[in-house]
Design a protein around this ligand. Structure first.
Ligand code: PXG
Length: 304
């Protein structure tokens, strides 16, 4: 539905776009992955979604570190060093003439035989797409989002740790579909115990009695780069912050709520499951955090 969703495609004209694929920069029409790639066949691979602000890649080292941890967790040997991945990421931005945008760095298990076995895949496939990003419409930053809790539970960390940013996003996609069925852009997903894990593509924060509170990553959340940035900003602002077990009740009765993600940045939430949060407007601490976040992204980062 137009305007109801954020999308990442399209803004660098197709003809001008260059995609890094396994050692070469190619046109989009030539940026093809085999049907035998286990990334496609089994969602076997890892990725990062990274932002570029004013010619600086935001927290690139942290993204690459998380990528290394994700790869280690699924026993995928990265074919490139951190330095090489960093250079490829920056070069992809340069090749596309970007100063602001969204970077998708993907490493799949590679081409192999049919059958789950990753040992039939001798070489991981690596590709990097850098494009423009369209955010949530400005009105959501001004007025806040109304979100819902969806029935689909976040995957159990004992099955597949949500700390691994894998190519297997079906759990989140089911949450996203349910959010849309309820007319919401984002949704809270609970873990097996009924505690809040995270949203489909964002981490969750509340503010209560002057304190910032977020679910512990052990509750089934990705350790978001934006989440960590907010933790750093809270320390800078000297606002106390706790990582705890959190329920829907805590959000319903919070003074403020906001979500964080590389795509969303810091977006206020004013309603959950039909309950108005606080005064039903983006809260003072949320606005402060967003202001500090927008300032940080311009000064921090790796120059391309
Ligand atoms: N949880 C999940 C499940 C995510 O996928 C976050 C939290 C926030 O993490 P970061 O590191 O971004 O602060 C994410 C991030 C996309 C897209 O293509 C998804 C994310 C980020 C950017 C783009 O839809 N998810």
């Amino acid at each position: 539905m137009p305007g109801l969703d954020k999308g990442f495609g399209g803004a660098v004209a197709w003809g001008d776009m260059k995609i890094y694929l396994d050692g070469k920069f190619v046109d989009p029409a030539d940026a093809k992955i085999s049907v035998f790639d286990h990334g496609l066949l089994y969602g076997d691979g890892v990725f990062e979604g990274i932002r570029l602000y004013g010619g600086n890649v935001f927290r690139l080292e942290e993204h690459l570190e998380r990528l290394e941890y994700s790869a280690k967790a699924i026993m995928l040997d990265l074919p490139l060093s951190r330095q090489e991945l960093s250079e490829i990421t920056c070069e992809t931005c340069r090749q596309n003439g970007l100063k602001d945008g969204y970077i998708r760095l993907v490493i799949t298990r590679g081409v192999g035989d049919l059958g789950l076995s990753p040992w039939t895949c001798p070489k991981p496939s690596v590709f990097v797409i850098a494009s423009k990003i369209s955010l949530y419409p400005q009105e959501h930053y001004d007025n806040g989002l109304a979100i819902v809790t969806v029935p689909t539970r976040r995957i159990n960390p004992a099955a597949l740790p949500p700390t691994v940013k894998s190519l297997n996003y079906l759990n989140n996609i089911l949450g996203k579909i349910e959010a849309k069925q309820f007319g919401a852009l984002e949704a809270i997903m609970l873990n097996d115990q009924g505690h809040i894990a995270e949203c489909t593509a964002d981490n969750v924060f509340i503010v209560h009695k002057g304190e910032i509170i977020t679910p512990a990553a052990s509750q089934g959340a990705l350790k978001g780069i934006t989440r960590q940035t907010v933790i750093d900003i809270a320390a800078e602002l000297k606002v106390p912050l706790r990582e705890v077990n959190m329920t829907r009740y805590d959000v319903w009765c919070a003074d403020e709520c906001f979500l964080t993600g590389s795509g969303a940045e810091v977006v206020p939430v004013v309603k959950l499951d039909g309950r108005v949060i606080g005064y039903g407007k983006p809260g003072a601490i949320t606005k402060r955090v967003l202001e500090y976040f927008r300032r940080r992204v311009l000064v921090e980062g790796t120059k391309i």
